[in-house]
Design a protein around this ligand. Structure first.
Ligand SMILES: C[S@@+](CC[C@H](N)C(=O)[O-])C[C@H]1O[C@@H](n2cnc3c(N)ncnc32)[C@H](O)[C@@H]1O
Length: 272
C-alpha cells in the first residue's frame, strides 16, 4: 500500500484501522499515516505491542503446525485473518501437508483485497468477506462451503479477533454457534488481549482503538477461559503467548531481554 494517503476506492484513510495498525506493529507496509499515528500512540503506552504482535503470530504458527502435524486437521476456518504477512496459515499448514485447505474470513475490505491478491495463485485456499458477529452467514457462504467440509474436523482460528467484539456481541454465544457447526475432534485456536496485570496502560492503549474502526474490550483470564465452553483445553491451558509450547522461535522472542507483562492470553481446545 502507498506510503502516502492515496487510497484505493472504498478505503477510508482518515480513520485508524485495526488491521493496518497491527500490520504496522509487525513492520509491514500496508498502512497509512492515520494508522501509523494511532499505532505510535499505543506504542507510547505499551511499547511491547510490536513484540506481542510477533509473539501472537508465532503462537498461531505453532498452533497450526501442531494441528496439522499432530492432530490430523486438514482444513482451517480463519476468522479475523488480518493483512497477509510472513508465515500465513496456509503456508505453515502446507509445510506439513500441502493439501490442507484454508478459508480466510475478515470483515475488512482492505484485508480481503490483499488476501485475494496473495491467494490468486494458490490452490486449496480462499478469502471471503464475513463478520464474526454473523456466524451463520459465514457458515452458509457457498464459496466457503465449496472448500470446507463441515462433516470433517475443522481448525477454527479466532486469533487476536475476539477482543474486537463487545460484551453485547455475546462472543461466547458466537463461538458456540461455530462449535455446533463442526464435528467433535475439531479445534478452536484463540488468543485475546487481557487486562490481568497492567490495567492503567491497557486502558490507555485500548482507548486509542475507540477512535479506530474497531474498539477493544479487555477481558480477564476467567472470561477468556470461559470462551472454551464445549472444548477440552489442551495443555498447557490458557496461558501467555510465549508459554504455549514454546519453540526456538518463541524463545528468541522476549522484549529487551525482560519478561513481558501479561497482555495476551491464548489456548487451543478440542471440540467435545
Ligand atoms: C489484530 S488482526 C489479527 C490477524 C490474525 N488473526 C493474527 O492474529 O495475526 C484482527 C483482524 O480481525 C478483523 N476483525 C475485527 N473484527 C472482526 C469481525 N467482527 N469479524 C471478522 N473480522 C474481524 C480485523 O479486520 C483484523 O483483520
Amino acid at each position: 500500500m502507498a506510503q502516502d494517503a492515496t487510497a484505493p476506492p472504498g478505503i477510508d484513510v482518515h480513520i485508524p484501522n485495526a488491521a493496518r495498525m497491527y500490520n504496522y506493529y509487525l513492520g509491514g507496509k500496508d498502512n497509512f499515516p492515520v494508522d501509523r499515528e494511532a499505532a505510535e500512540r499505543v506504542l507510547a503506552v505499551a511499547p511491547e505491542a510490536r513484540e506481542l504482535a510477533r509473539q501472537n503470530r508465532a503462537f498461531m504458527r505453532r498452533a497450526v503446525r501442531y494441528l496439522v502435524a499432530e492432530a490430523g486437521i486438514r482444513q482451517f476456518l480463519d476468522i479475523g485473518t488480518g493483512l497477509p504477512t510472513e508465515g500465513n496459515v496456509h503456508e505453515v499448514a502446507a509445510e506439513v501437508d500441502p493439501g490442507t485447505r484454508v478459508a480466510y474470513v475478515d470483515n475488512d475490505p482492505v484485508v480481503l483485497a490483499h488476501a485475494r491478491a496473495l491467494l490468486s495463485s494458490t490452490t486449496n485456499t480462499l478469502a471471503v468477506p464475513g463478520d464474526l458477529r454473523q456466524p451463520q452467514d459465514i457458515l452458509d457462504d457457498p464459496e466457503l462451503r465449496s472448500l470446507i467440509d463441515f462433516t470433517e474436523p475443522v481448525g477454527i482460528l479466532l486469533v487476536a479477533v475476539l477482543h474486537f467484539l463487545t460484551d453485547s456481541d455475546k462472543p461466547a454465544e458466537l463461538i458456540a454457534r461455530l462449535r455446533d457447526a463442526v464435528p467433535p475432534g475439531s479445534y478452536l485456536v484463540l488468543s485475546h488481549v487481557t487486562a490481568e496485570d497492567h490495567t492503567a496502560a491497557a486502558q490507555k492503549g485500548a482507548a486509542v482503538y475507540r477512535r479506530a474502526n474497531a474498539s477493544i474490550t479487555l477481558r480477564t483470564r476467567t472470561q477468556i477461559t470461559e470462551m472454551f465452553e464445549g472444548f477440552e483445553v489442551l495443555g498447557p491451558g490458557v496461558v501467555r503467548l510465549d508459554e504455549w509450547h514454546p519453540d526456538h522461535e518463541a524463545s528468541l522472542a522476549g522484549y529487551g531481554g525482560q519478561d513481558l507483562p501479561t497482555w495476551f492470553l491464548c489456548g487451543v481446545g478440542r471440540a467435545l
